[in-house]
Each structure stands twice: as C-alpha cells, then as structure tokens.
Design a protein around this ligand. Structure first.
Ligand SMILES: Nc1ncnc2c1ncn2[C@@H]1O[C@H](COP(=O)(O)OP(=O)(O)OP(=O)(O)O)[C@@H](O)[C@H]1O
Ligand SMILES: [Mg+2]
Length: 451
C-alpha cells in the first residue's frame, strides 16, 4: 500500500465522518425547524378562527371560516362540546371520526397540537377550544403531511447529492494528492535505487520549496558527492599505482645492473645506494599513504603532551642536516628560547620534517631556510621559510590535495609524490590547529602552522 493510498484513506475517513455528522445534524435541524413552523402556522390559523368565532358566533361566521380553508391543503372542522360537527371544510368522515373523540377525550383547555406524527399520519392536527355564551366546542385544524413529507424527501435527496458530490471531490483530491506527493517520492525512490547500483546520473525535478523539494536536492547532492568520491578514488588508485610502479621499475633496473659480474666494487656500491634511496622513498610513500588512510578512517588519535621546544627542534635539525648539507643549504633556527609545547611530539615531528623536506626539495642550492618556533596567545607557531622556487597563486589551493604536485615533471626532478602536505594538513587539523602558506614564484615560500 503506497503512501498516497494511506493518506487518501485517512483523509477520506476523516472527511466522511465529519460530513456525515454535519449532514445528520443539519438534516435533523432543518426538518425540526420546518415542522415547528408548520405547527406554529397551524396553531395561528386555528387561533384566528377561534377568535373570530368567539367574537361573533353565528351560522354565517362558521360558513365563512369553512370557506376560507376550502382552497388549500389545510382543512378546518368546528365541533361542539358533544362532538357534533357544526361546520367543516373536510369531508373525510373516517379521519374526522378518528380525531374528534380524541379532541374530546383529551379535554383540551388551551390551543394545542393534537396529532404531531407527521410521518405516519396523513394530517397533523391542532385543536382550539372556544366558548361563546352557551355555545362551546372546538375548532380543529388539519394540515396535510404530504407537503411536509415531500419537503423532507427533497431535503434528503439534496443531502444525498451533496454527499455524493463531496465523495467525488475527495476522490479528485486523492488524485491530486497522489500526484503532488507520491510522484516526487517515487522519483526519489528510483533515484536512490539507481545510486545504490552505482549509477550516479540522477536528475530529479525539484520545484517545490517544501521538505520534499529539499529531500530531492539532498539526494542530488548525494549523487554528485558519490560520483566525485568514486572519481577521486579511481584517480587516487591510478596515481598510487603509478607512484609505486615508477620506483619499482627503477629498483628492478638497478638491481639487474648491480648484479652484473663485470662491475667493480665502487660501481656496485653506487647502484646499491640508488636502490636503497628508491626503496626508502617507496617506504616513505607507503607510510604516508597508510597515515592518510588511518586519518580518513577516523581511528587516528593525537596524544598531546608537554615537551621542551629546544631539544625537540635540535633533534629534527640533526635529522635533516645531512640532506641539507648535501645540497649546500643553510638551515637556521631563529628563536633559541626554550619553552613548553603542548602537542603530539611524534606527529609534530612528522609535520616539521615534511615542511623542511619540501623547503629543501624546492630550493636552489646555496640558499637559506629559516625555521622559527614561538609562542603566541597560548599557541605554538611554527614557520618554515625558504628562498626557493615558490608556488604559483593558481596552484596554492590544491597543494593540500592528495598526490597533487604543482608540475608533474617536478616530481622526477625533486622526487616528490604529492602526498606530504595532505598528511601535514590532516595532522595539523587533528591537533585542532591551522596551516597557512604564503608564496611568491621564484622568491620563496613560508608555511605557518599554529597549534
Ligand atoms: N616549499 C615549497 N616551495 C615550492 N613548492 C612547494 C613547496 N612545498 C610544496 N610545494 C609544492 O606543493 C606540492 C605538494 O607538496 P607535497 O609535500 O604534498 O608533495 P611532494 O613534496 O611533491 O611529495 P611528498 O611530500 O609526498 O614526497 C609539491 O609537489 C610542490 O610542487
Ligand atoms: Mg613534500
């Protein structure tokens, strides 16, 4: 059972019940009012005749009264106290014989309705006692119930028509509801089914500004995100395989060369050191990839602790010194004050090593690199400033993307795989910190980390 049917059934039941109650109430009320009107009218006519009779009791008055009620659906009969008919516009003796004893038996002293049963009796009857000298008796008024019953039948018929019309209207509303409500839902259901099958090409009409419209916008956004993720994943896998296969090719090539028998020891050492370098690079890449995967999986925690800045920085400088010296680069620590840093020291070391590695890779020989670490507003600020090749403004926003390198050709020259900065950014964020970069092409770059 779909949602529109459920809704329509609820709607139908509620409206129908309300309508029935209302109709029943109205029907009863209208009929009662009409019947009461008939009673009052009959009583008024009867009282009028009686008054005339009491004012002026004579043959001609009686005749006159009878004449007055001759050409309508009312009848009048005037009887005396013994039940004898003195004048009557009514000739049906059967009826008169039935009601006259009733009037006498009731011993009526004020005007009243004698017969009110408009459903089964052919007449409603009112009785009006009169007295004029020694003449006394009753004026009986008869009103045919035919017209009342006709009115009731007409009313019932009209109510029936109104009821049927409203049922039709409800059905139309059901149709419209199902269109407005279910059609977008069905579209969305199909779209999500498509999504789950891996087809992200979904288009949903989203005209309405209600929750349904918002839902379809969300589904469309989800489709786009999924598509982007899938594309990113494929690109990433392609890049990773490429990154891994390049050093492997080198490794295989150089291993074969190193195995040659005709090599002397120095040559063999040279090739072995290249092999070791490439293998280390591969190891670093795989380690970085694993780190990234861990950070993405969210099962990665930083355990912050307090440690002194100077021993920490000197350790790092010692680590990078050899490669800096090889390239004739001058690394200077600007601030020598010792203070306590609150961070995950291993992760912070990873951050700095990456930044210093970049500064080294992307600097020309005989230039300077400045490392500065200081405290500001209870935070630790670390800057790495180089006088290297710099980054073009167009590339800046992408440098933290995985496997992004400013020029693909740079990687062979400088040996990068484009993953270092994405790891750095994630590590900084895991510390609740920020990373900023300022760079001028050909002039140099400054990375500022605040944690
Ligand atoms: N100090 C810098 N000067 C100039 N360009 C830089 C600097 N740091 C990063 N870049 C540019 O940003 C890109 C991304 O840097 P990232 O550290 O992520 O990758 P990588 O150094 O190429 O490789 P990896 O760090 O994985 O070995 C680099 O390829 C480089 O072009
Ligand atoms: Mg790097």
């Amino acid at each position: 059972m779909n949602i529109s049917t459920k809704l329509a059934m609820c709607f139908f039941a509620v409206v129908l019940i309300l309508q029935l109650l209302l109709m029943f109430y109205l029907h009863r009320n209208i009929i009662d009012t009409r019947i009461n009107e008939e009673f009052s009218r009959l009583l008024a006519y009867g009282a009028n005749h009686r008054d005339v009779l009491m004012d002026n009791y004579s043959e001609s008055t009686i005749h006159h009264i009878v004449l007055m009620e001759n050409n309508n659906d009312r009848e009048v009969s005037i009887i005396n106290n013994e039940g004898k008919i003195i004048g009557s516009s009514y000739e049906n003796n059967q009826i008169l014989d039935r009601y006259i004893p009733l009037a006498l038996k009731e011993n009526v002293i004020i005007d009243s309705i004698l017969v009110s049963d408009y459903k089964d009796s052919p007449y409603i009857v009112s009785v009006h006692p009169y007295q004029n000298g020694e003449h006394g008796g009753y004026v009986l008024m008869f009103q045919s119930t035919q017209s009342i019953n006709k009115m009731i039948n007409d009313l019932t018929k009209h109510f029936g028509i109104a009821g049927a019309t409203s049922v039709v209207i409800i059905l139309v509303v059901y149709g419209i509801l199902s269109k407005i409500l279910t059609r977008p839902l069905i579209h969305m259901k199909k779209a999500t089914e498509k999504l789950s099958k891996g087809d992200f090409e979904v288009t949903l009409p989203h005209h309405s500004k209600d929750e349904l419209g918002e839902l379809s916008v969300s589904i469309q956004k989800l489709a786009k995100d999924l598509e982007r993720l899938k594309k990113e994943r494929n690109e990433f896998l392609a890049s990773v395989s490429h990154e891994l296969s390049t050093p492997l090719t080198y490794l295989i090539g150089y291993t074969k060369v190193a195995m040659r028998k005709d090599l002397n020891e120095t040559e063999r050492q040279h090739y072995l050191s290249i092999i070791s370098e490439e293998a280390t690079r591969m190891k670093d890449l795989v380690k970085n990839l694993l780190d990234l995967a861990k950070i993405d999986e969210n099962n990665f925690t930083v355990s912050k602790e307090y440690f002194w800045s100077q021993p920490f920085l000197h350790k790092i400088i010692n680590l990078v010194e050899p490669s800096y010296r090889q390239k004739n680069l001058q690394l200077t620590l600007l601030n020598q004050t010792n203070f306590q840093i609150c961070a995950d020291s291993l992760r912070l070391q990873q951050i700095l090593l990456n930044l210093l590695d970049n500064a080294m890779k992307y600097s020309e020989e005989n230039t300077e690199i400045h490392l500065e670490v200081y405290q500001q507003n209870n935070q630790t600020v670390l800057t790495v400033r180089d006088q290297g090749i710099g980054i073009a403004p167009d590339d800046i926003e992408f440098i933290y993307d995985r496997l992004y390198r400013v020029e693909k050709s740079r990687s062979r020259t400088y040996g990068g795989s484009g993953i270092g900065l994405s790891v750095v950014k994630k590590l900084v964020e895991a510390h609740g910190g920020t990373i900023e970069v300022e760079s001028k092409l050909g002039k140099g770059t400054v990375f500022t980390v605040t944690i």
